[in-house]
Design a protein around this ligand. Structure first.
Ligand code: BG6
Length: 491
């Protein structure tokens, strides 16, 4: 495995810890080496030391220093500029040497974890230096695969261009576009919940569902990533990727099989059916905001514009709420309300399905405000609950909403794999079900593009609403659903 951008944040925070864990639990063959490729001059030994610093910060790993030493022996480093042909020549020699010494048989996994503007160039150089083998229809090895980190492009045109560049060198079956939400157990469980149980699917449609709410709330701010975030904003950062994954899994039809093409084809159909919002209509369906100063858990926190490396007059949105329709038979007329933001009161990701009310208020009004609701809590309290109305004990017919619940932790009591561990393993095994296909990523961009262009610099500047950190976004987010006689879930 070769990691481009090996000294970066992602490698240190996610990739290396995930690889180390896979190695410790015996999921990564002892002989498979990991080669870091980056600009900073460093020896293999210095690279191992640097990785130890980031990984051993984790307490469970620190308790087992010997296993780190074993793991570190498989780390190597190639120093080069990403544009420099000499670097790729050196990389090729290193990989050939490792093949000989470790018997890795020419299998290659390239991980693009650099700044996204470098992806095209790196891929082209890999091709030029014969580092990529086309799949052989008669043998499944040696194989070459590439994992492409998000953001995959910054709009539809650049995503298409990146796909073109990748497909000049790789076949689609070799390309693994990663979205770490798909590595989360609770996200995968959406499929299992829907398609391994018989009782929910018959009511999972416009006849029974009033509306759906998907929330991806974060209490953290931009966290020193303003360099990236200033040019991305929340729509690129969360809506185009993670939110679209939750939406498609929630709304898709049953696939004919759980295999990469069957599952992804159904997800693409949802994106195609999602109604495009005309630019003139964006303000009616979409509310954006940016966090101002406020308090989270009683602690004062600065506003976005006061974060390091954010322009003082920045109009980058950190919050978005929107209404979306999926124009197919299953979902016609059912609004999907999506909201996500940074510096909201708490970290919570949830998919909630609100069902239509009982047809008659037989028991008077006391239960009228409480339709049935199914909530899939993706994180951090991984759970599923179904709300229904029950009779409160007593002489009168007083009704109360109650919850029936399932909690992952209590039910299984095992530690889950982290999203990156799961996805790295799937890629090594050649299973792309949990990765995004070319048409899927392009459809997702096509859908969000009108929302992006709304506040891009090329359009007449509009002031961005500011919400206090620690609140659920600008007031207009509430009005968006209140205008439809609905309200956001209190989470
Ligand atoms: C990343 C975004 O993809 O996902 C971050 O770039 C965000 O801005 C993160 O904080 C959220 O991931 P998780 O797993 O903590 O929900």
């Amino acid at each position: 495995m070769v990691i481009f951008g090996a000294t970066g944040d992602l490698t240190q925070r996610k990739l290396m810890p995930a690889l180390y864990t896979l190695a410790r639990i015996g999921m990564l063959p002892a002989e498979s080496p990991v080669v870091g490729f980056a600009r900073r001059p460093m020896t293999d030994v210095a690279f191992r030391r640097e990785m130890a610093k980031s990984v051993l910060g984790d307490a469970s790993a620190a308790s087992d220093p010997r296993s780190w030493e074993d793991f570190a022996q498989r780390l190597f480093y190639v120093q080069a500029d990403f544009h420099d042909p000499a670097g790729y020549k050196q990389l090729r020699e290193t990989l050939e040497r490792l093949d000989r010494e470790r018997g890795t048989g020419g299998n290659r996994l390239f991980y693009l974890a650099t700044a996204p503007e470098l992806y095209g160039d790196i891929v082209a150089r890999l091709g030029e230096h014969q580092l990529v083998q086309r799949p052989n229809p008669d043998a499944d090895r040696p194989w070459t695969r590439v994992i492409v980190e998000k953001p995959f492009g910054r709009d539809l045109a650049s995503a298409r261009e990146l796909n073109r560049m990748l497909l000049r060198v790789f076949r689609e079956s070799q390309i693994f576009r990663i979205d770490h939400y798909l590595g989360k157990e609770t996200v995968q469980n959406i499929l299992v919940f829907r398609f391994a149980n018989g009782i929910f699917e018959p009511i999972w449609n416009q006849h029974y569902v009033d509306h759906v709410q998907i929330t991806v709330a974060e209490s953290i701010g931009v966290e020193g990533r303003a360099g990236y975030y200033e040019t991305a904003g929340v729509v690129r950062d969360i809506i185009q990727s993670h939110m679209m994954q939750l939406l498609t899994l929630m709304a898709m039809e049953s696939p004919v099989a759980i295999d990469p093409d069957a599952v992804r084809s159904e997800k693409v159909k949802v994106l195609r059916a999602a109604r495009r919002i005309a630019r003139a209509e964006v303000a009616r369906h979409v509310v954006v905001g940016q966090y101002g100063p406020g308090a989270i858990d009683g602690q004062r926190v600065p506003g976005y514009r006061a974060e390091p490396r954010v322009a003082p007059g920045s109009r980058t949105p950190t919050f978005v709420a929107m209404r979306l329709f999926i124009d197919n038979w299953r979902w016609a007329g059912v609004p999907f309300y999506l909201r996500t933001g940074k510096r909201l009161p708490k970290r919570v990701t949830e998919v909630a399905v609100q069902f239509k009310r009982a047809p008659l208020p037989l028991f008077g009004d006391s239960a009228a405000g409480e339709p049935n609701l199914l909530a899939l809590n993706i994180q951090p309290d991984e759970a599923i609950s179904l709300r229904f109305v029950a009779k409160a004990p007593g002489t009168t017919m007083t009704l109360r909403p109650v919850d029936m619940g399932f909690r992952f932790g209590a039910a299984f009591g095992t530690e889950e794999m982290s999203a990156y561990e799961r996805l790295l393993l799937d890629c090594l095994l050649g299973d792309s079900t949990l990765f995004t296909r070319r048409d899927e990523v392009e459809e997702a961009w096509d859908l969000v593009e009108p929302i992006l262009s709304w506040w891009e610099p090329s359009t007449p500047p509009q002031p961005i609403p500011i919400y206090a950190a620690g609140t659920w976004g600008p007031e207009a987010a509430g009005s968006l659903v209140a205008g439809d006689n609905r309200r956001w879930r209190e989470l």
